[in-house]
Design a protein around this ligand. Structure first.
Ligand SMILES: [Zn+2]
Length: 195
């Protein structure tokens, strides 16, 4: 059992996504795969994070283990999608199935404000509905072109989500100094063993 102390790495993202897409990135980065520390591992830890990040309607709203499990499966679906953005083949249909279920289930409503601005939002306020709001963010990002720059680190042990602001959008690592060089060293050792 790991406990969460101090600041979470994802709270000071080195390569933050713009606008609401940052919320998708933040969810993907609720687990540090290398250390295994997962801030959604326990309902008590997950509740404040879900509240701060708009996935739980209100403080004290009912949250059970099944809700948190759903959030985690959606997190991994989103990760599979950003792994694809790094150049991998299409995500495994089983990996994105939880998000596809939400897309099919959650009811959305359009509102028109006095200035004529149209906004879409889920009708309900359950965790499932609120996860549906992330789909709207992904949809907007896919239209404005920012989606394809939200990538997963190419180190399979890491897969930290980062926003690729490099000029040619060829970024591969969450951080060159850690994952990039580590992998290069590993490849180098593998090559040496192979000779
Ligand atoms: Zn990495």
């Amino acid at each position: 059992m790991t406990t969460l102390t101090g600041d979470w790495l994802g709270d000071q993202e080195a390569k933050p996504a713009p606008g609401p897409l940052r919320r998708v990135q933040a969810l993907i980065n609720t687990v540090d795969r290398e250390s295994g520390i997962d801030r959604l591992a326990a309902v008590a830890d997950a509740a404040p994070w879900l509240l701060d990040n708009g996935l739980l309607a209100a403080d004290g709203a009912a949250l059970d283990a099944a809700d948190v499990e759903l959030v985690v499966t959606v997190r991994e679906a989103l990760r599979a999608m950003v792994v694809h953005n790094t150049g991998a083949p299409d995500p495994d249909p089983a990996a994105i199935a939880p998000l596809r279920d939400i897309a099919a289930d959650v009811a959305f409503r359009a509102d028109l404000d006095d200035a004529g601005l149209v906004t879409l939002a889920p009708v309900g306020h359950t965790v499932r509905d609120r996860l549906g709001a992330l789909l709207l963010i992904v949809s907007d990002a896919q239209r404005d072109g920012t989606w394809s720059y939200l990538k997963a680190c190419a180190n399979d042990d890491c897969q930290w989500a980062f926003y690729d602001r490099s000029r040619n959008h060829g970024g591969t690592w969450c951080d060159m100094a850690t994952c990039g060089n580590k992998l290069k060293n590993r490849d180098f050792r593998a090559r040496r063993r192979g000779t």
